[in-house]
Design a protein around this ligand. Structure first.
Ligand code: PLP
Length: 429
């Protein structure tokens, strides 16, 4: 596929037709296993001397099309699909860090990722050091010789302040530390590899799937990071792996291209931990991804109209969106989001938590759900739901005031979206 345009790649990358039946739609290869040609072929596949299908926990032809398509859309070299966005974040880190190592991460993260980092990875001996992304140098200050990766989200909610990808990626590259970026909120809008990120992770569950039918995740290898430049920094890729007859991944994979990182994630982590995506869900995501560029454009257009509408309402004290930022954050929004400012909008109600609850209960078109990135419009009141376990102080630190409402603006007609918001705001007075 020679095109660089997301609209075209989303429909064509990684697939033309089925070799056996000439089917144009990608078939769902709902099989656990693949018959070997003979014993020599079987041995070669297991030894990675030949590449091919063995067992669906490690690879599957339906899932392979999805992986190739997302890698192409992202401008990366290869990708690995997994069972959820949570798995993508966990494997992305575990592929580089083991007990005793550490990672430096932005404080502005999805709550599930925060928990994974602050508790579960900690229990596994991997320390995550959280730093304020407003100051890129904070990443450098938190780094030591056991730091294996930097981690951030492109457009974290609820604050919706774009992360300084290039600024932090550059700090890491000088010392052999890759930047891993969760781009869940901004597919096709931001391409983190263009700014120096080394690895991109996604929850496919959100905009890429787009229709709220399946949970899935993806890790994309940019192929743009020299894992060998500072070998002591990345021991998991530069020292013999006892689980693979002592293979050194950077050397073993060289003939296949710059894909040591993603191959290890597949043949070690997915093999051993096993959070594979089902072929049926891969098919659902392939369908969703076909229209992601179109949908993202409409999400952005509708969200921008909602920002204008909310700004005029007297009961709204603040509108949170990349287009309403000031100072350095506004400069980063202009730099990283020239293709559109995303579909998420936050706002604060003068009436506080009580008004927030009344507003949510009055919505008729918007769904009241914990998800984001669906084609439908969605809303939630974080203080009484996703952030209710935090203390009032912690809520404020994470950007959630009592009257904060988060909207994920869908692709319905804008008149219907604004009409629903108007009647719910009236009811919340
Ligand atoms: N990353 C972000 C930014 C998310 O919003 C989410 C889910 O809400 C995840 C990761 C986790 O994804 P999943 O729910 O597919 O496990």
């Amino acid at each position: 596929m020679t095109s660089k345009h997301p609209e075209t790649l989303a429909l064509h990358a990684g697939w033309r037709r089925d070799s056996a039946t000439h089917s144009v739609a990608v078939p769902i290869y709902q099989t656990t296993s693949f018959q070997f040609d003979n014993t020599e072929n079987a041995a070669n596949l297991f030894a990675l001397k030949e590449l091919g299908n063995i067992y669906t926990r490690i690879m599957n032809p339906t899932t392979d099309v999805l992986e190739q398509r997302i890698a192409a859309l992202e401008g990366g070299v290869a990708a690995l699909a997994v069972a959820s966005g949570q798995t993508a974040s966990a494997y992305a880190i575990q592929n580089l860090a083991r007990a005793g190592d550490n990672v430096v991460a932005s404080t502005d993260l999805y709550g599930g990722t925060w928990n994974l980092f602050a508790n579960t990875l900690k229990d596994q001996g991997i320390e995550v050091r959280f730093v304020d992304p407003a100051d890129p140098q904070a990443f450098a200050r938190a780094t030591d010789d056991r730091t294996r990766a930097y981690y951030a989200e492109t457009l974290p909610n609820p604050k919706l302040r774009p992360f300084p990808i290039a600024e932090v990626a550059e700090i890491g590259r000088k010392v052999g530390i890759p930047l891993i970026v969760d781009n869940t909120a901004a597919p096709t809008l931001v391409k983190p590899f263009e700014h120096g990120a080394a690895v991109v992770v996604y929850s496919l569950t959100k905009y890429l799937g787009g229709h709220g039918t399946s949970i899935g995740g993806m890790i994309v290898d940019g192929g743009n990071f020299d894992w060998e430049a500072h070998p002591a920094r990345q021991p998991l890729l530069n020292t013999p792996d006892p689980s693979y007859h002592g293979a050194v991944w950077t050397q073993a994979v060289k003939p296949l291209g710059p894909i040591a990182y993603i191959i290890r994630a597949r043949v070690v982590l997915l093999r051993d931990l096993g959070a594979a995506l089902s072929p049926f869900n891969a098919f659902q995501f392939i369908q969703g991804v076909e229209t992601v560029a179109l949908r993202m454009a409409r999400h952005c257009e509708n969200a921008q109209a909602v920002v204008g509408f909310l700004g005029e309402r007297e009961e709204v004290t603040k509108v949170i969106h990349p287009s309403t930022l000031t100072g350095q954050a506004a400069e980063w929004a202009a730099k990283y989001l020239p293709r559109g400012k995303g579909g998420l909008v936050g706002f604060e109600l003068a009436g506080g938590a009580e008004a927030g609850r009344r507003f949510i209960d009055a919505l008729k078109l918007f769904y009241h759900v914990a998800n984001i990135g669906d084609a439908r419009s969605l809303a939630i009141h974080p203080a009484s739901t996703t952030h209710s376990q935090l203390s009032p102080d912690e809520q404020i630190q994470t950007g959630v005031s009592p009257g904060y409402v988060r909207l994920s603006i869908g692709i319905e007609h804008i008149d219907d979206i604004l009409a629903d918001l108007a009647q719910a705001l009236d009811a919340a007075r």
